[in-house]
Every structure is written in structure tokens, then in C-alpha cells.
Design a protein around this ligand. Structure first.
Ligand code: FNR
Length: 180
């Protein structure tokens, strides 16, 4: 099984990346997970760029999403919503109509914030946008609130949260088209 992760924070030391890493730690042996590393290089979506020969990073993103069995979208919250870098990735992979990489793709959405709300608005918006783009968000998602208090040595250490992430992993594995 091949899981592709889109991590919506580009900064070093990101809590969102910490959460994504903690999810990977819970995956069973034999599951391949990778973070798409070129999100920052994907240009702002423009139909003028979306030709037969789109920019290399956009093409790489589309190919990586198409090759994934399932996606994980990990998002921080910027001004009450998902950050532009993730919205841009979703826009690129929602096209071309009829053969979009995102079409029918199962997606787990996870979010994190230092605030007590756990980036709930970002998570809800990400799910809405993914649905409109043709993807299929899983019924479950995980939002990590007050992240400073649930991380030890760079990993999620809170038992309740680890249980919630384990449950999400179970749903993620069941969403593999090969498991159907
Ligand atoms: C934020 N932050 C934030 N937090 C939140 O809970 N709700 C919000 O609406 C916002 N808005 C916001 C806008 C911008 C432009 C920035 C830079 C930050 C704070 C944010 O949750 C915090 O910086 C996280 O640490 C960002 O995630 P990473 O980079 O640690 O993964």
C-alpha cells in the first residue's frame, strides 16, 4: 500500500509535520508512506500554465497523487482555514476534468494547532474543498489541539491521541482500493 502525505506547513520544526511523522510511526510494516517534498515549488494555479506541458512540480504532484492508494492531508490553520499551499495542491490535482489525479481518491485529513480548537476550521474546509474537487474524505479525521501539551521529544505522546491516530490508521488501511 502506498500512502502519499501532503503536509501544509513549509516551515522547519512544523507541528503539522510532527503530527504526520507520528501517524507514519503507527503504520504497519509493509506500508509505504512518503511526504510530497515539492509542494513549495508548485506554482500558483493558473489555467494558462495548465497546458499539455504543465510546470514540472505540478506534473510531479499529479503523478504522485495518481500513484497513491490513499492520501493524507495534514493541515495547520491559517486565518481560520487551510493554508494556500494545500489549496493550491488540491486545485492542481482537481484538473484536468475527467482524468484528475484526485478523482475518487480516499483522503484522511489531520490537523493541528497550538490553540484549543485543534484547527477544526482548517480540517472542515480541507474536507469540503477535497469533496468539491472530487476526492473522498474518510468519515473520520483527527484534530490535535494545544499541541505543545501532547508532544514529547518531537513525537505525539498523549495516549488518547495515539489511540485516535491508530483508529485513523485502521480506516486508512481499509480505504486502500486493494482492500475492497
Ligand atoms: C496562524 N495560526 C493560527 N492558529 C489557529 O489555530 N487558527 C488560525 O486561524 C491561525 N491563523 C494563523 C495564520 C498565519 C498566517 C500563521 C502563520 C499562523 C497559528 C498556527 O496554528 C501556528 O503557527 C502553527 O504552529 C502552524 O503550524 P506549523 O507550522 O507548526 O505546522
Amino acid at each position: 500500500m502506498n500512502i502519499l502525505m501532503l503536509v501544509g506547513s513549509l516551515r522547519a520544526g512544523s507541528w503539522t509535520a510532527t503530527l504526520a511523522d507520528s501517524l507514519v510511526d503507527l503504520l504497519p510494516l509493509g506500508t509505504h508512506a512518503s511526504v510530497f517534498g515539492e509542494l513549495a515549488d508548485v506554482p500558483h494555479y493558473s489555467e494558462d500554465l495548465d497546458t499539455e506541458h504543465p510546470p514540472a512540480a505540478a506534473r510531479a504532484l499529479r503523478e504522485a497523487v495518481a500513484a497513491a492508494d490513499v492520501l493524507v492531508v495534514a493541515t495547520p490553520e491559517y486565518n481560520g482555514s487551510l493554508p494556500g499551499v494545500l489549496k493550491n495542491a488540491i486545485d492542481w490535482t482537481s484538473r484536468p476534468r475527467g482524468s484528475a489525479a484526485l478523482a475518487g481518491k480516499r483522503v484522511a485529513v489531520i490537523s493541528v494547532s497550538p490553540s484549543p480548537r485543534g484547527a477544526q476550521w482548517a480540517r472542515e474546509d480541507a474536507e469540503k474543498v477535497l469533496r468539491v474537487a472530487g476526492a473522498v474524505p474518510l468519515a473520520t479525521s483527527v484534530g490535535v489541539a494545544s499541541v505543545h501539551s501532547v508532544v514529547t521529544d518531537g513525537k505525539i505522546s498523549d495516549p488518547d491521541l495515539l489511540r485516535a491516530l491508530s483508529d485513523l490508521v485502521t480506516d486508512l488501511l481499509a480505504a486502500d482500493p486493494a482492500a475492497a
